[in-house]
Design a protein around this ligand. Sequence first.
Ligand code: PGA
Length: 229
Amino acid sequence: MKKVFIVANWKSNIVEPSSWIQQTQDRTQNSEKEIIVCPSFTSLPILKSCIFNHKSSILLGAQDISPFGEGAYTGEVNGKQIKEFADYVIIGHSERRKHFGETEAIVQKKIEQAVESGLTPIICVSEEDQIAKIKDQIQNLKLKTLETKTLIAYEPLFAIGSGNSDSAQNAENIAYQIKNGLGEVSVLYGGSVNAKNVHDFTQMEHIDGVLVGSASLDVEEFKDIIKNA
Ligand code: PGA
């Protein structure tokens, strides 16, 4: 049976961490599903303690990473700092590309920093040309670090935060296309995933999980996403 990843992207929202962890914990016990929560940087330490206190198996991810290592880069949080708290990091989310001018070159540097720091990158792509570029980047990385585990999240722009997800069949076709030639990557679908539609995606052969934005803020909905995935 394939391992299903369910990634919660809280974006720049404020969520009460302790009860969220406690409630989702009930659902994750004895589950094969890998639940990863990605809060703002400032919430990583408190979430780490909540996970410890509730003996939760939930894993932590950051939503971004500096394209540089340690040094004089005011305002940045580097991979080594993230690794103190988290195992995963989202890279190249379309909101970062749109609002913060993140280019492919920056995305590439961030992927390299993540890998160097021992973080698993969750690389977001939304368009065909990005998919082609990411394929090149992953292939280059594989030449350098054979052991890199990588997650790629296909998130079409029209589906993010709109309530209109992509069709599961189209997402499956894209997931197949991403995996074709890349081998060992896991592919997630993201964009208006909720408790009702999550299984349409996770039942597909080449889709290994989902990246959930707004529906992850509502803990009851998120618990149902975990149950139904
Ligand atoms: P959404 O966001 O689930 O609110 O559509 C997904 C994402 O941006 O990662």
